[in-house]
Design a protein around this ligand. Structure first.
Ligand code: ADE
Ligand code: ZN
Length: 336
């Protein structure tokens, strides 16, 4: 369609994609077979990829999704499993017209089941380098910490020698905070973020996805993040919304995710218009494309169908995404 073509051609930056969330049911089943990983026998949904796809249409909450997300990624074992997964995502991103991609991964979900951090990182980093070489997409890896785990476990991983090396070498340039949001508020991770900031890492955190806007202010004030992932609950705190607008703090909004995980009833209830009216900078992202029924361009199209942004407004959204990116100043100039 003409709208889809217009949106595809915009120089889009993606800032909120969990690489493990790009694992499709077909790939999940074939990796489980290859790696001899037994999927749960007591859940009908794991009888076939088609049944799993049907189950993904009936998520009831973030936690209901996360249950499937963590089981799914247990099929990933070798460095090439991780590389193939990320490469599959980058090919979709390229076809959708993504110019720059900042991608999340969840090391603790792998180290907890005996996969080495270096194995995960080798695979993901190889795919990033290949995307830069073959697709011309610039990339940045963000290592996320799982907030449902004890903060001391997160600190322990952060201090691990291989993890520290990945920060020092610049292979990983940012940290994030994800997984089950309530009741795991940002301030539990103040020490972790203080240490990450001292290393010069970029800082972001999921906040205000299901939990209230107070999680957003805590992430800003206690963690020192310069970006908020999701952040849709911000519209319930007008004062904080004004502050975020004037500071040009970017939200990474994930419209299809919000609907599928029932944070909102329909796309029209994602506060796109309210954020535009308040002058809040935001980007549009896929979050977990294999679970939520669409990659980045599907999210752009859904937003257009619900809000009919003008060409000028779309150009503004894309510009905010470029300016909010953690790429080099030279790369921003190229994209603007
Ligand atoms: N991990 C993967 N997707 C997530 C989301 N939408 N919220 C929190 N943690 C996640
Ligand atoms: Zn997310």
């Amino acid at each position: 369609s003409p709208v889809r073509d217009f949106l595809r051609c915009l120089p889009k930056c993606e800032h909120h994609i969990h690489l493990e969330g790009a694992l499709t049911p077909d790939v999940l089943f074939s990796l489980a077979a290859k790696n001899k990983i037994t999927l749960p026998q007591d859940d009908e949904a794991f009888k076939s990829p088609a049944l799993l796809i049907e189950r993904y249409k009936r998520f009831t909450s973030l936690d209901d999704f996360l249950h499937y997300y963590y089981i799914g990624m247990s099929a990933l074992v070798t460095a090439s499993d991780f590389e193939d997964l990320a490469w599959d995502y980058f090919q979709h991103a390229s076809a959708d017209g993504v110019a720059h991609a900042e991608v999340f991964f969840d090391p603790q979900a792998h180290t907890a089941r005996g996969i080495k951090y270096t194995t995960v990182l080798e695979g993901f980093d190889n795919a990033c380098k290949r995307a830069e070489r073959e697709l011309g997409i610039t990339t940045l890896l963000t290592s996320c910490f799982l907030r449902h785990l004890p903060p001391k476990d997160c600190l322990e991983l952060f201090e691990d020698e291989d993890v520290q090396e990945s920060y020092k070498s610049g292979v990983v340039r940012a940290i994030g905070l994800d997984s089950s949001e309530k009741p795991f508020p940002p301030e539990n991770f103040t020490e972790l973020y203080t240490k990450a900031k001292a290393l010069g890492l970029k800082l972001t955190a999921h906040a205000g996805e299901e939990a209230p806007a107070s999680y957003i202010s805590s992430a800003l004030h206690n963690l020192g993040v310069t970006r908020i992932d999701h952040g849709i609950q911000l519209v319930n705190d007008p004062e904080l919304m004004q502050k975020i607008a004037s500071d040009k703090t970017m939200l990474t909004v994930c419209p299809l995710s919000n609907v599928v995980l029932r944070c909102v009833d329909t796309i029209k209830d994602v506060p796109i218009r309210k954020l535009l009216d308040a002058g809040v900078q935001f980007s549009i992202n896929s979050d977990d494309p294999a679970y939520f029924g669409g990659y980045i361009l599907d999210n752009y199209v859904a937003v257009h169908e619900a809000f009919a942004l003008s060409v000028k407004e779309w150009e503004g959204v894309v510009k905010a995404g470029i300016e909010g990116s953690w790429c080099s100043a030279e790369r921003k100039e190229e994209l603007l």
